[in-house]
Ligand binder design. Structure first.
Ligand SMILES: [Zn+2]
Length: 102
C-alpha cells in the first residue's frame, strides 16, 4: 500500500538546480528546462552546456525581461504547483524528515 502526500507549494519558488529559495527575490532571469526551474545564476551557468548538447529545445520558457524569476515560475506553474509525494504507508512524512535534517 502506498499513500500520497499532496503539498501545495503556493508561491514558494526554489531553484530545482541549486535549491536556492527565490520566493522573496526580485532577481530577473532563469528558464524552465524540461520540468525544472533554473534560477538566474544556474541558467547562466548551464546554458553553455545545454547548447553544447544541442538541448536548447528542452528550454520550455524563458523569464521575460522585467519579470522576476519568482513571478515567472509562479506564472508558468499556474495552478499546477502541487507536489505529489508517494511514500510507503508506514513511511515517515518526507517533509518531517527534511525538517529534522535541517
Ligand atoms: Zn539555481
Amino acid at each position: 500500500m502506498k499513500r500520497e502526500l499532496i503539498r501545495d507549494m503556493g508561491d514558494t519558488v526554489i531553484c530545482d538546480q541549486c535549491n536556492e529559495d527565490y520566493t522573496n527575490s526580485d532577481e530577473e532571469g532563469g528558464f524552465i528546462f524540461g520540468s525544472h526551474a533554473y534560477c538566474p545564476s544556474c541558467a547562466k551557468d548551464s546554458l553553455p552546456r545545454i547548447k553544447s548538447y544541442g538541448e536548447e529545445k528542452f528550454i520550455k520558457a524563458k523569464c521575460p525581461e522585467g519579470m522576476s524569476f519568482k513571478d515567472f515560475v509562479v506564472a508558468y506553474r499556474g495552478d499546477n504547483n502541487k507536489v505529489v509525494l508517494i511514500t510507503p504507508e508506514e513511511g515517515e512524512d518526507f517533509f518531517d524528515i527534511l525538517g529534522r535534517n535541517k
